[in-house]
Design a binder for this molecule. Structure first.
Ligand SMILES: Cc1ncc(COP(=O)(O)O)c(C=O)c1O
Length: 421
């Protein structure tokens, strides 16, 4: 009789979507959220953790009294757990901060002090400005900044173009794992190896990638790696990984009496946000819930559980993406700004497109009326939209999905878009 109690989603090896959606209070309403690359809905457990922190342990860290000891422990646990989750070697390699933009500005302020005038940095033209602007600021200190541009035919960053830009003065290459417009997954490990072979470091923006895959910074070999937790089912907060060997050498940007060996504190001026740090454990609670619901094996290591959960997520996202890309591909007046495939080996389900003879700004408000949240614009990847000649088109229309979306929601969107096309 035992087989009767086995759950269908386990037998089918697929994500139990009603279960997933129950974890997100915002999804109980009538709106469809397809602006997830702008920000995902938070898991219920995130809100619970933040409330628990604020109501029960909201005191200054580091004092000797009991509640302060507990709050210190809670914040430390968040940093430790996320270090494990991304496969950092040590907790000290995880720096938390208010946003990816701010973390990269802080990193640049510190890193520039270790560069010499005439040293070179390479940025791309397809990154969000968060991973371009801070490096351009280095020009004021005599650093030469060059631009690695995507191939406008296939929207890919190509190594032979990077090779032409690199010299023995190149110190850093800043690029994106996945552009928040194009959606293609760049081969980070390969690019990193290529850059390391030429004696430079990499800084990778994983903001548009992190909601869709498990992360392993050691496997990628990256020097610096950053993403925003509010796009990974959490609060408005961000995480920067830096290899300890680099962090140790960086001058701090905190108070003068914070020592050079106080990693990551010397790079967290003003300290972290306590309740949001603790809130990050709500994301891992959510992942743990997913794991326990979908798998019968008992794994001890959080990163292993997450990696299994993301295999289910990937499969579900590919099904959603296939439905939508088939629709886009079936219309000759739609130009996809990115790969025309749903394959998860190639892309994440963030789709940008334009419709012939229509401004992107004309289309989206019509979809709003159907209570479907999508978006138009440059998404702060202004240089890419400009280089592709799409500024006058008011940028692109972007539809970005995550695993809590459903095939029925994709059908609703297709139905809403069809009369407009
Ligand atoms: C790819 C990418 N990088 C960086 C950022 C900036 O993140 P934050 O808002 O945390 O500064 C965004 C935000 O949309 C993004 O999409």
């Amino acid at each position: 009789m035992e087989f009767i109690t086995l759950k269908k989603h386990i037998i089918m090896n697929q994500l139990d979507i009603p279960f997933v959606r129950k974890q997100f209070p915002a999804l109980s309403g009538e709106w469809v959220y397809f602006d997830n690359a702008g920000g995902t809905q938070p898991a219920r457990q995130v809100g619970e953790r933040i409330q628990d922190y604020l109501f029960n342990t909201n005191v200054q860290l580091g004092a000797s009294y009991e509640i302060s000891q507990l709050s210190t422990q809670r914040v430390a646990e968040a940093q430790e757990t996320w270090a494990k989750l991304i496969h950092a070697k040590e907790t000290a390699e995880v720096i938390l901060g208010p946003s990816t933009t701010m973390l990269l500005q802080n990193l640049s302020r510190s890193l520039v002090q270790t560069f010499n005038p005439g040293d070179e940095v390479i940025v791309t033209n397809c990154d969000h400005e968060a991973n371009i602007g801070p490096w351009l600021m280095m020009q004021k200190q005599g650093i030469v900044v060059k631009s690695w541009k995507v191939n406008p035919e296939n929207y890919r960053l190509e190594l032979h173009d990077l090779e032409k830009l690199m010299t023995d003065r190149t110190r850093l290459v800043a690029f994106t794992q996945t552009s928040n417009i194009i959606g293609t997954i760049n081969p980070v490990r390969e690019i990193t190896q290529f850059v390391h072979d030429r004696g430079a470091m990499v800084c990778v923006d994983a903001v548009a990638y992190a909601p869709h895959r498990a992360i392993n910074v050691q496997e990628l070999g990256v020097d610096f790696y950053v993403f925003s937790l509010y796009k990974v089912y959490g609060p408005h907060y961000s995480l920067l990984f830096g290899k300890k060997v680099h962090l140790e050498k960086l001058p701090g940007i905190n108070h003068f009496f914070i020592g050079r060996d106080e990693i990551p504190y010397k790079l967290q001026p003003g300290n972290v946000n306590y309740e949001l740090s603790y809130g990050l454990l709500g994301i891992t609670d959510y992942y743990e819930n997913l794991f326990e619901h979908h798998f019968e094996n008992k794994l001890a290591v959080i990163a292993d559980k997450i990696s299994q959960v993301y295999q289910l997520i990937e499969k579900h996202e590919e099904a959603l993406a296939t439905k939508f890309i088939d629709f886009l591909n079936s219309h000759s007046n739609i130009r996809i700004i990115g790969e025309r495939t749903a394959s998860t080996a190639v892309r994440v389900p963030t789709f940008s497109f334009i419709i012939d003879h229509k401004k992107s700004s004309e289309v989206v408000p019509l979809i709003d009326l159907q209570k479907i949240g999508i978006r138009w614009g440059d998404f702060y990847a202004r240089r890419l939209i400009d280089d592709l000649g799409l500024l006058s088109n008011h940028g692109v229309i972007r539809v970005s999905m995550v695993h809590y979306n459903t095939p029925e929601e994709v059908s609703r969107l297709i139905k809403a878009l069809t009369p407009i096309i």
